[in-house]
Design a protein around this ligand. Sequence first.
Ligand SMILES: [Zn+2]
Length: 227
Amino acid sequence: MVSHLLDIPKGTKGAGGRMNGKAHLAVGLATGIGVSYFSQSTGAEAVVITSVATIASLAPDLDTAGSLTHRLTKPFRVVNRIAFMLLLSIFFVSYLSTEVSSEMLIGGIGVLLTLLLLKRITIKFQLFIMAMVIGIIGYHYGYYSIVLFALYVGVASLLPHRSYTHSLIGLVCFSYITYQASIDFGMEPLFLAGFLGYLSHLLLDSRCIPGNRRGIKILLPFRRPIV
Ligand SMILES: [Zn+2]
């Protein structure tokens, strides 16, 4: 279990993930622009609607190292790197200028080792940590939809690839999140943008697209049909 969590993140430049991500991203963007156009939204609303449709079109792949996973976990890696460098410099400077007590030395080494270990955790574990951060931010500002989104991200990070996020259950859950977002942000089209964006991902991953032999188990927990 520990060795699994501490594996060097695999697929950071994801062989399949990136290419698929681009197709999902393009369809998500088009969906958002379409929903904005038909709902006669203002420019600012169109940006929010298109962002939601795009996130929805990428969200099912939060169960793997897809493009949205990389985007959401980037702050984790940046903060980790900065904290490591900062701590190392403080440590070095204080070691040169003052006397360091053995408690400080042990504490400092402990924190440095923790940061080093955090550098090596899998991208899915990084995503789980980011989900907690998103949840706390959503809760702090009172946005129920952001708390629900964080819950979705946290659960997706624990699931095997192409399982529940790629099923009707995933579609219903995510649509409910965007329904809640339409209430939180007072923008009705957000629900449709989220629903269609998510649906577009499932369609693109299904066997409807020629060459998609793997397909998705749309009725999970039932193993069949694979569409
Ligand atoms: Zn997918």
